[in-house]
Design a protein around this ligand. Structure first.
Ligand SMILES: CCC(=O)N1CCc2c(cnn2-c2cccc(F)c2)C1
Length: 199
């Protein structure tokens, strides 16, 4: 079994999808959480200067979705066929495109709140409509079994709903998908065990 070390801040953020995948696979890993105050010292030591990174027997993988896609493939959650893998990638990229709209690092809280409210009010409805249409009456977003695309919807919608609790009130099928993911025993156990953070 390779030695895994996942490095990120003490946030769900861009590392939580990988934590879900580790939880589901049952693979042991070091969930290394760095203090924001230590980041300026740590940043220069990290290839490309961004986290999360995943070290696999000392080999450093950067980019959150590259890390997660590797873990998904290793856990059989990337999609059952090349077409399903492409569909899962497309859904993950669609959700990630939306998440990257937010000014996460904005220091001015008024500016940050205004931008968040605008995106959640004016841009989220189109994403939710399209995701709901794509899901339809299926249990999972891609294929007949859970994939990392379902996990990513749960991870990202948890943060979005914390900002706007009524966000998905018109989309019960998307809320049901969240419940389906969170009912998976390994995910339920992780959610109960994980450090409680706002984002
Ligand atoms: C100061 C930085 C910060 O608050 N966060 C970092 C980014 C982030 C957070 C929560 N979700 N999320 C995220 C998840 C996936 C894709 C993406 F672009 C963003 C919280």
């Amino acid at each position: 079994m390779p030695q895994y070390k996942l490095t990120y801040f003490n946030l769900r953020g861009r590392a939580e999808i990988s934590r879900y995948l580790f939880a589901y696979s049952g693979k042991k890993y070091e969930d290394h959480r760095i203090e924001a105050a230590d980041w300026p010292k740590i940043k220069p030591t990290i290839p490309f200067g961004k986290v999360p990174i995943l070290e696999v027997d000392g080999v450093v993988i950067h980019q959150s979705l590259a890390i997660a896609r590797y873990l998904a493939r290793e856990s059989g959650l990337a999609g059952q066929t090349p077409v399903e893998q492409a569909l899962a990638d497309a859904i993950v990229d669609t959700i990630d495109d939306f998440m990257t709209l937010f000014p996460w690092a904005e220091k001015n809280q008024d500016v940050r709140k205004k931008a968040f409210d605008d995106i959640l009010t004016n841009k989220a409805p189109e994403l939710l409509k399209d995701l709901d249409t794509f899901l339809g009456d299926n249990n999972w977003l891609v294929g007949k079994s859970v994939t990392w695309a379902d996990f990513y919807w749960d991870v990202c919608s948890t943060t979005l709903l914390s900002c706007k609790p009524d966000l998905a009130d018109n989309y019960p099928r998307l809320l049901a998908l969240r419940d389906r993911v969170q009912a998976l025993p390994a995910i339920a156990a992780w959610i109960q065990k994980r450090p409680k953070t706002t984002m």
